[in-house]
Design a protein around this ligand. Structure first.
Ligand code: UN1
Length: 493
């Protein structure tokens, strides 16, 4: 693929002429495409285009704006399989999961389209009978969306669809690792006929330029805490800008003494190893009651040993490669660190170097048993790979304490048949998305999606992103022939 930036309705080269490659993590000699390494000039062009398109776009009816999104969805639906195959190659996610990623993107576009004929604000009572008040939403302006590679289709659509339907214009900066899928999103935006400048897509490492640009008004970010924290600091220096960041997790699956172990073991495998552990929702800690610990551990290891690792295009493969060389090194370092920190290693996974794996970044699961320890780095830092700790606890109180003993708080799952204990987990664990008798992954788009602590600003993505990309304004109308004030204020002059 000979990728381009998509600015003001046209596919254009980058100003500097410099380009970067996107390669397949399953076969790193294979170059899938080259893309412009965007510079300040390209960023300025994209922001200017978005700024220029804003006024016309926000003045269309919300229903009309939704219809562009409907067209966009219809086109994507026809090509779902082709997009999924490209994604599987480019980010290494298994084909079954890649299809689900495209489907999740379609779901967000459908969901947002479905809201355009629904009520879109509130009628609010007043102390004064002659006053009518309304909560009405207004768009914020130019949105910069900076996205990660692990959900290269769904997450950009999570951010772009609500933004544009509310009347904002957008510049999307997809991850360099998945620039092909980013380019595909631009092609569908173009085919759907969005007016020039409403959706712009620029490639490269220019996210910080978008964040610092004085004319971007909202920054939406999905990625690591290190980058998100930097974005929040930068945005704090602007009067007219805000950021909503989703920044990973150190998520846990809690298995209580009354758990169905069939559910527990399946939920554990899915939570830890789908997308090779590279979801922000993945679990890397299993907090297991000591009464069921031995049986859970035995069954989990048995199934994990059978996991099929390999070509993401093979339907029967459970785990594809991790994303790049740096990821293999980071994961291997954490595997070593676990040993140094006293872990009892149960599966000594790591980089697979023999045939058929040697041309890709394949890694097998690393699993260990460890007591919780507030000083341990492996139990507190996000690894983002097939790396999981099994931590014994003696009761639900200790499970909650261990669960919350991390700087992150995105997803939490509990496996139990006891509704009272499930309620304790619901009330006292710190998380954004909680699950009972389910894995920690697999949220649907019409739910809020947002973490606490290092996982997020508490600002949602997913369906409730509308609260980030709109201002909630109050609009009050007096129907009396004189002024009557609330709070008992006198009006006699
Ligand atoms: C992410 O990992 O950044 O809940 C998003 C899930 C998916 C979204 C994950 N629906 O696992």
């Amino acid at each position: 693929m000979e990728g381009k930036n998509y600015i003001n309705g046209a596919f254009v080269d980058g100003a500097s002429g410099e380009r970067f490659e996107s390669r397949s993590p399953a076969s790193f000699d294979e170059v899938l495409g080259t893309f412009p390494l965007s510079s300040e000039k390209d960023v300025n062009d994209a922001v200017n285009a978005a700024q220029a398109a804003y006024d016309g776009w926000r003045h269309l009816s919300r229903i009309k704006r939704g219809e562009y999104l409907d067209e966009f969805t219809q086109l994507i639906k026809k090509d779902r399989e082709e997009i999924a195959r490209l994604m599987a190659k480019e980010c290494g996610k298994g084909i079954v999961e890649s299809r689900a990623d495209v489907t999740e993107g379609i779901h967000m576009a459908q969901y947002v389209f479905g809201t355009v004929r629904m009520p879109h604000g509130d009628v609010v009572d007043s102390e004064i009978p002659e006053k009518d008040s309304f909560m009405r939403r207004k768009p914020k302006g130019v949105v910069a969306a900076i996205t990660a590679w692990n959900f290269p289709f769904a997450v950009p659509l999570w951010l772009v669809c609500p933004s544009v339907v509310e009347g904002n214009t957008v510049i999307l900066k997809p991850s360099r690792e998945t620039a092909c899928v980013g380019n595909v999103i631009a092609e569908y935006a173009h085919k759907a006929g969005f007016p020039p400048g409403v959706i712009n897509i620029i490639h490269g490492s220019c996210g910080d330029l978008l964040v610092k640009h004085p004319d971007t008004h909202v920054v939406l970010f999905v990625g690591s805490n290190a980058v998100g924290a930097e974005i929040k600091r930068t945005v704090a220096g602007f009067d007219n800008k805000m950021a909503a960041c989703e920044m990973g997790g150190k998520n846990a699956l809690i298995v209580l003494d009354d758990a169905s172990l069939d559910i527990a073991v399946n939920a554990a495998v899915i939570s830890a190893f789908k997308t090779s552990g590279q979801r922000c929702t993945s679990a890397s800690r299993f907090i297991v009651h000591e009464k069921v610990f031995t049986e859970f551990e035995k069954r989990f290891i048995e199934i994990t040993k059978r996991i099929k690792i390999g070509d993401p295009l093979d339907e029967s493969v459970f785990m594809g490669p991790v994303i790049n060389q740096a990821a293999t090194e980071k994961i291997a370092q954490y595997n070593e660190l676990a040993k140094k920190e006293g872990a009892k290693v149960l599966l000594d996974g790591g980089r697979l170097m023999d045939n058929p794996y040697k041309k890709g970044y394949f890694m097998s699961p690393f699993v260990y048993r460890m007591q919780n320890n507030p000083k341990s780095r492996v139990l507190h830092e996000e690894v983002f790979g097939p790396h999981v700790a099994i931590i014994p606890v003696k009761d639900v109180d200790e499970a909650i304490e261990v669960h919350n003993d991390t700087g992150y708080g995105l997803t939490c799952a509990v496996i139990t048949e006891d509704y009272r204990k499930a309620r304790r987990i619901r009330e006292d664990c710190e998380y954004g998305l909680g699950y009972v008798n389910l894995p920690t992954i697999g949220a649907e788009v019409h739910l809020p999606f947002g973490g606490v602590k290092k996982s997020g600003t508490g600002l949602p993505s997913g369906s409730t992103l509308i609260d980030v990309v709109t201002h909630r304004t109050a609009w009050t109308v007096n129907h009396a022939m004189e002024i009557k004030m609330a709070q008992g204020l006198t009006v006699k002059l």
